[in-house]
Design a protein. Structure first.
Length: 369
């Protein structure tokens, strides 16, 4: 016969001496496991006589229960001690700075557009906007595009299906239709909310999205333009040249910018010109304000008399100039982005590299972050 008191003392001693949960589990298996000492005693009950089973059964079962309770109590003690040790070892040092959080970035297109608007605002220009979906009159006819002009063809323009009146709207190919709307509003032909009630003299810039059926490293089907319009009684090409020369100096943040104007043709201006900036193309980068190369960056000219007439203004009384700049291309040039298509690919890695922080110190040239 096994001495239950002696066995209980041995098991209790081993439970108390267990230094960690692994040792305690070994004690549990040795006592209560399938082949444990207490489990082996329980197996002997079947061979006993009824009288012996009535006597020994409660004793062995009581030993099993007390051993299980002792193991559970010791496990709770070891778990609490282990938790205290972890808390002491893994204590948070509140004196350390918090880990950096990922923040959104300002897209280069929006950054450049804000820079351009800020520069022209400092020159006294207001802001005008118009719809992306235009009609033929505002996008072409009012701007002196003849009926068979290539820009009216399907390969260059996104035309929409005919409406109930048989008219086909289009996605505007430039922001110039807003010039028409501004001049019409100034002449009282349209509600004042379209151009904030502009009256001659007019001095506005017009930023926005435009659409053309074209796609390569320097062209995308949707891109951004900023146009300028000045209407007054004594405006001439000298005003246009000074305005654009001053803009390029502030935009590229250097007084060393050298510009030149070349004769060109645009249906809505006469005379028309393209403006180049002097640059250095050596070394795989374009550096503005140095070198002996030239780079065309914008076009403009004096508003064509036909455009003034189409907008209800008398060309014998009013004259002015207009110009247009590609926002995305100027951003590529200023900040060294090689492919225009990347600007619209939606890749967060690209934006993390080329994007701008909304919390950076203001740029002294524009007052923007």
């Amino acid at each position: 016969m096994t001495d239950l008191s002696q066995l209980e003392a041995e098991i209790s001693g081993r439970i108390a001496q267990a230094a960690d949960l692994a040792e305690l589990d070994a004690v549990r298996v040795a006592a209560l496991g399938k082949s444990g000492s207490i489990s082996e005693l329980l197996k002997t009950l079947g061979a006993m006589s009824p009288d012996e089973r009535r006597e020994r059964g409660p004793q062995i079962n009581g030993l099993r229960d007390r051993a299980g309770q002792a193991i559970a109590a010791r496990k709770a003690e070891l778990e609490a001690a282990e938790l205290d040790a972890r808390l002491a070892a893994e204590r948070v040092d509140l004196s350390l700075p918090a880990p950096p959080e990922r923040r959104g970035r300002v897209h280069p297109t929006m950054q450049v557009m804000d820079e351009m608007i800020a520069i022209f605002a400092a020159m006294g220009f207001g802001l005008a906007e118009g719809p992306d979906i235009e009609d033929d009159f505002h996008n072409f006819t009012a701007l002196n595009f003849p009926p068979k002009h290539p820009a009216r063809e399907m390969h260059d323009t996104f035309w929409l299906p005919e409406d109930a009146n048989g008219e086909r709207k289009l996605l505007r190919t430039h922001t110039s239709p807003v010039q028409v709307r501004v001049m019409q509003a100034a002449n009282g032909k349209l509600p004042s909310w379209i151009a904030a009630g502009q009256q001659p003299p007019i001095r506005v810039v017009i930023p926005g999205r435009v659409y053309r059926s074209d796609s390569d490293a320097t062209h995308t089907p949707m891109f951004h333009q900023l146009e300028g319009l000045v209407i007054d009684r004594t405006i001439h090409m000298g005003h246009l040249k000074w305005t654009l020369a001053e803009f390029t100096k502030r935009f590229f943040e250097t007084e060393a910018v050298v510009t030149r104007f070349r004769p060109h043709h645009f249906p809505f201006t006469e005379p028309s010109a393209e403006m180049d900036v002097q640059c250095d193309r050596s070394g795989g980068a374009v550096k503005i304000g140095e070198g002996s190369d030239w780079l065309e960056i914008l076009g403009g000219g004096m508003v064509h008399p036909n455009v003034l007439r189409n907008c209800g203004l008398d060309p014998d009384e009013w004259q002015g100039f207009a110009f247009g700049l590609g926002v995305d291309r100027l951003g590529m040039l200023k900040y060294g982005m090689p492919d225009l298509r990347d600007m619209f690919a939606g890749d967060p890695r690209w934006l993390a590299h080329y994007g701008f922080s909304a919390f950076a110190a203001p740029n002294p040239a524009t007052g923007l972050s």
